[in-house]
Ligand binder design. Structure first.
Ligand code: PLP
Length: 355
């Protein structure tokens, strides 16, 4: 795979390998550790969702039929069903895009979730990186004009930065596919800055996940919103029956109006819990920009020692060094309940006091 590195790449020796790009927070958790490494909500599952999942079990003898779920997702985003493709988590969408598209100049905006780049590279597509920097609060910058595929996250994992919808929409062009990973869009009250209902932007692909807010990472359910022709192309690259009957039931249930209301309440509670975590952090833990999602990126000195120390004290955090543009002094922390955040902040303060 040939690679073109953006001139903004801060440190070539720090470039993660494909293996590093495939490192995710789930590799950091372990028995007895408080999980601050995986950005999946830990709260109780709503009764209506458990009920939908349990009811779906009655139908496991039949092959899955996505029709109803597709309609429900389309209605929730004010779109047509042929603009929706249900996938086995948002992760499957990146593989489908890498299989279906033949970009000449693919650009991934980092730091962000690494799977889109890993999938593109695994399918032989050269990837150019645009690296957003802490100095600007990871603000969205220029993207090469000739890029025919641009991938970015909003809100972005791991920075928790929410880009303005206008800035993201301004990247759309005829002749370019613009992939916006909105896996965490439902962590934002009102889904502010989401482009999910926009059908006027050329080449826009919105990727969504239902695994985070609804605590369904093991179920694998997400979807793509795009123009019907691209949806049909992506579907051709899916295996038969890629989304199970329980996952389809979850997609339908999580798209109903009551689910929207519940997600809004969860997002508002999350904002309060995030404010608590931010206020509890010791002064040496630097937060860049204004975190908006279910995780917070912190910068500490001597990050590797701190991360190892946190593990010893019972906390698994997400290492930052496998994200292009970051390094070992960055740690991503999931927002949990205030009690957990207080315990974490106390452990961090202790480690930062004792070199
Ligand atoms: C930004 C982002 N997008 C997509 C995904 C994949 O989500 P899913 O569980 O729906 O495959 C993740 C998972 O960590 C993520 O962080």
């Amino acid at each position: 795979v040939s690679e073109y590195w953006s001139s903004a790449e801060p440190n070539r020796s720090n470039i993660p390998t494909l293996g590093d790009l495939r490192h995710h927070g789930d590799a950091e958790i372990g028995p007895g550790l408080v999980d601050l490494a995986v950005n999946v909500r830990h709260g109780a599952r709503p009764g209506w969702l458990s009920q939908a999942l349990a009811e779906s079990m009655q139908h496991l003898a039949a092959y899955p039929d996505p029709t109803e779920a597709r309609k429900a997702v389309a209605a929730r985003h004010h779109r047509d069903p042929d603009e929706v493709l249900l996938t086995a988590g948002a992760a499957e969408a990146f593989t489908l895009l890498a299989r279906a598209l033949t970009p000449e100049r693919a650009v991934v905006v980092h730091p962000q979730f690494t799977e889109p780049e890993a999938a593109l590279r695994a399918h032989g597509h050269p990837v150019e990186r645009v690296i957003l920097t802490p100095g600007t609060g990871f603000r969205l910058g220029a993207v090469p004009e000739r890029a025919d595929l641009v991938v970015l996250g909003n809100p972005t994992n791991p920075t928790s930065v929410l880009h303005p919808a206008t800035a993201v929409a301004a990247l759309a062009r005829p002749g370019r596919t613009l992939v916006v990973d909105e896996a965490f869009a439902d962590t934002i009250p009102g889904e502010r800055e989401s482009l999910s209902a926009r059908t006027d932007l050329p080449g826009l692909v919105v990727v969504r996940s239902l695994t985070k807010t609804w605590g369904l990472a093991g179920l694998r359910i997400g979807y793509v919103l795009a123009a019907p022709r691209l949806i049909a192309r992506l579907a051709e690259h899916q295996p038969l029956w890629p989304v199970s009957t329980p996952a389809l039931a979850a997609a339908k249930a999580c798209s109903a109006p009551q689910a929207r209301a519940a997600a809004e309440a969860i997002a508002l509670e999350l904002a309060a819990h995030r404010a608590h975590l931010l206020a509890a952090l010791p002064p040496g833990a630097v937060v860049v920009g204004r975190p908006q999602s279910s995780f917070v990126l912190i910068h500490v000195s001597d990050g590797e020692r701190v991360r190892a120390g946190l593990r010893r004290l019972g906390f698994a955090t997400r290492r930052g060094d496998t994200f292009p543009g970051l390094g070992p002094d960055w740690l991503r922390i999931a927002v949990r309940d205030p009690h957990t955040s207080d315990a974490f902040a106390a452990a961090l303060a202790r480690l930062m006091r004792t070199p």
